[in-house]
Design a protein around this ligand. Structure first.
Ligand SMILES: Nc1ncnc2c1ncn2[C@@H]1O[C@H](COP(=O)(O)OP(=O)(O)O)[C@@H](O)[C@H]1O
Ligand SMILES: Cc1ncc(COP(=O)(O)OP(=O)(O)O)c(N)n1
Length: 288
């Protein structure tokens, strides 16, 4: 068997296993990518919410990153919860030195359960110091609004405007996730990708489920895994979307925990054998 590509995740631990490092590593594994990790914080978390956060010292996070970079040469890096401006600055310095290839930044600010996962100052350091070095940034509509200092997008056009405006901070591409559009046939989920070659709008029917904890982490780590495997940014986003949709469909009937259960990381291995006609670009700018 061929040696797998390596991806590094720099993110927080979710003790409930739905988001954070746990989601990232299971997603990497499902996609045949060896996962290395640098843990930034230990959250006391389950399906009902985040109950406590214990930051890992900045020096310990950097030591994990350094030893993985030296020994395992990751082909892509995903950054999730950083939590503190001083850690964002430290990771940004490593990125600025050109040492974090195909960097996917998920600007984690607040959990779906409403718990803040980032202290004051993180938004500014992400925007000014880390985003300029990112290959792909993956905010949801709330995170995009926080980075831009505005209100969340209320239409696909506004979502596209936000994706375009975020490009001004210097990343190669931005995908704003989590838009919703009501149509006569139901609700659609919309993600908008903006990059140097144009804008692509992805729209697909919403999957009805209460088990959606960890969708953002799973999406960003899947994109990093596909980039590590050599996909273009457009194809990495399309495939990451496909994987999350497969995971959401699989876990919809599950009962795990008493809150919003995790997406089905354990069953994503069969995703690539399952064509999904509902996951296709809806409209496209210039080809990339
Ligand atoms: N109920 C759903 N049905 C279909 N796709 C979904 C659903 N919930 C999230 N997604 C998809 O999951 C991915 C991650 O998005 P999002 O939910 O915005 O992340 P976050 O957890 O950061 O808020 C996107 O591709 C989004 O369209
Ligand atoms: C440790 C940790 N990191 C990130 C998140 C946010 O995860 P996300 O995938 O955006 O999912 P939701 O929390 O929105 O369901 C987290 N909760 N914990």
């Amino acid at each position: 068997m061929n040696t797998p590509p390596v991806a590094l995740t720099i993110a927080g631990s979710d003790s409930g296993g739905g988001a954070g490092i746990q989601a990232d590593l299971t997603t990497f594994a499902a996609l045949g990518v060896h996962g290395a990790s640098a843990v930034t914080a230990i959250t006391v978390q389950d399906t009902t919410g985040v109950h406590d956060i214990h930051p890992v010292p900045v020096g310990v996070v950097l030591a994990q990153i350094e030893c993985v970079l030296r020994d395992l040469a990751p082909a892509a890096v995903k950054v999730g919860m950083l939590g503190r401006p001083e850690l964002s600055e430290a990771v940004a310095r490593v990125a600025a030195a050109g040492r974090l290839p195909r960097l996917v930044v998920d600007p984690v600010l607040v959990s779906t359960s409403g718990h803040s996962l980032a202290a004051d100052g993180v938004v500014a350091t992400l925007r000014e110091q880390l985003l300029p070095h990112a290959h792909l940034v993956t905010p949801n509509t709330d995170e995009a609004a926080a980075l831009l200092g505005t209100v969340p997008a209320r239409s696909v056009d506004e979502q596209a405007d936000h994706a375009g405006a975020l490009l001004a901070f210097g990343s190669r591409a931005v995908v704003v996730t989590g838009g919703t559009v009501r149509t006569p046939d139901g609700t659609e989920r919309v993600d908008v990708l903006a990059g140097p070659a144009g804008t692509v709008v992805f729209r697909s029917p919403e999957i009805a489920t209460d088990n959606d904890h960890g969708t953002g982490c799973t999406f960003a780590s899947a994109a990093a895994a596909f980039l590590a495997r050599g996909h273009t940014t457009h194809d990495a986003v399309l495939s990451a979307r496909g994987l999350v949709r497969h995971a959401l469909r699989t876990s919809a009937p599950w009962r795990l925990g008493s809150g919003r259960g995790p997406v089905a990381h354990t069953r994503t291995t069969c995703f690539e054998a399952t064509p999904d006609p509902t996951n296709a670009p809806h409209s496209q700018g210039a080809p990339r």
